[in-house]
Design a protein around this ligand. Structure first.
Ligand SMILES: Nc1ncnc2c1ncn2[C@@H]1O[C@H](COP(=O)(O)OP(=O)(O)O)[C@@H](O)[C@H]1O
Ligand SMILES: [Mg+2]
Length: 319
């Protein structure tokens, strides 16, 4: 085993009560490693805590408990100056390429900014580095004087990726990086992220609610439900032999590309979306113990774990 690049242990984020709203345990007891050049896919429905987990790992959100080590260094207790220096090792690619680029800055300015902040290249080499970055994401290096609105959604997301890579990070959190794009563009960006990983040895935390895309990207997959990881394993283990009823339901809800097959499948077994909405009373036993946080972690197979009181009976016991 190689040393993990990122080590997360018992990470929790509690949003305190606000006027009229109770406190929210958005993330609870998250633990995982990501090795160099590896991708961990983080899946789960909207509101399960994926973005909060990514922000807490990058120290953009304060954790209430737990440890995050990047390159062997503890981030949660780091002083702000040291943390600022660590930032060039970890970057964020966000979902929406429309809102994450400043509309009044040229592409050249957008890509120079991180280079100036982190002083990773001398001032007289910034222009060269910007052109190199555009080439890296398969954009024309002559585009530096243009503005974000002159670009398509896919091109903007390439600029967002180039900006994240400007400082040569080791680790990138990709938070739903293709969700706002059409299907063809999604495939192109996924291919780009994969080739960049190979070329640069990047590690990714790849967050998505789209399970098909995660399967393509991820070496390992963690399934989140209400702030907790309920199942984790290799992509093949989680997709081919899901152990948690929630994972099974998430997989059942993935549409099949063939519309005739899809209609037939839905007729035979409609996915229980009440469960996916978290209305646990409606169906599977699996829900309640996850909510109560009382489950133990069981090893299903080497490298494949599940947090389910009913395992190994799993779904059959719950049905
Ligand atoms: N700044 C915040 N203040 C209070 N609650 C928040 C905040 N950010 C997120 N939440 C809550 O935390 C939970 C997880 O949200 P989020 O991490 O955005 O989930 P996901 O990315 O999986 O959709 C949700 O219940 C959300 O309402
Ligand atoms: Mg999110």
């Amino acid at each position: 085993m190689t040393e993990p690049l990122l080590q997360v242990r018992d990470l929790s984020v509690l949003f305190p009560a606000r006027r009229g709203a109770p406190p929210v345990k958005a993330v609870e007891g998250l633990s995982f490693d990501i090795g160099p050049g590896q991708t961990l896919g983080l899946v789960g429905q909207s509101g399960s805590g994926k973005t909060t987990a990514g922000r807490a790992i990058l120290q953009l959100q304060k954790a209430s408990e737990g440890s995050v080590k990047l390159l062997g260094q503890e981030l949660t207790t780091m002083r702000s100056g040291d943390l600022r220096r660590m930032r060039r090792h970890m970057q964020f690619v966000l979902q929406n390429p429309y809102s994450s680029l400043h509309p009044r800055m040229t592409i050249g300015q957008i890509l120079s900014e991180p280079l100036q902040v982190h002083r990773t290249v001398p001032a007289n080499r910034i222009r060269e580095r910007v052109e190199e970055l555009l080439e890296l994401v398969n954009l024309d290096p002559a585009m530096t004087r243009r503005y974000p609105h002159e670009f398509s959604g896919g091109q903007r997301q390439r600029v967002v990726i180039a900006r994240a890579l400007a400082v040569n990070p080791d680790f990138v959190v990709c938070d739903e990086p293709v969700s706002a794009l059409d299907v063809r563009t999604q495939a192109q960006i996924v291919t780009l992220l994969q080739s960049l990983q190979q070329k640069l040895g990047l590690s990714y935390l790849f967050i998505a609610h789209d399970l098909a895309i995660v399967r393509e990207m991820a070496h390992r997959v963690a399934v989140m439900f209400r702030g907790r990881i309920v199942e984790m394993g290799s992509a093949a283990q989680v997709y081919d032999s899901p152990a948690h009823p929630y994972t099974q339901l998430l997989l059942d809800a993935v549409p099949v590309p063939d519309p005739v097959l899809q209609r037939e499948r839905l007729r035979r077994a409609p996915p229980d979306l009440r469960f996916l909405d978290g209305d646990g009373g409606a169906c599977v036993q699996g829900v309640d113990h996850v909510r109560a946080g009382t489950s133990e972690w069981h090893e299903v197979a080497p490298g494949h774990g599940v947090s389910c009181r009913y395992w190994p009976q799993g779904r059959s016991a719950a049905a």
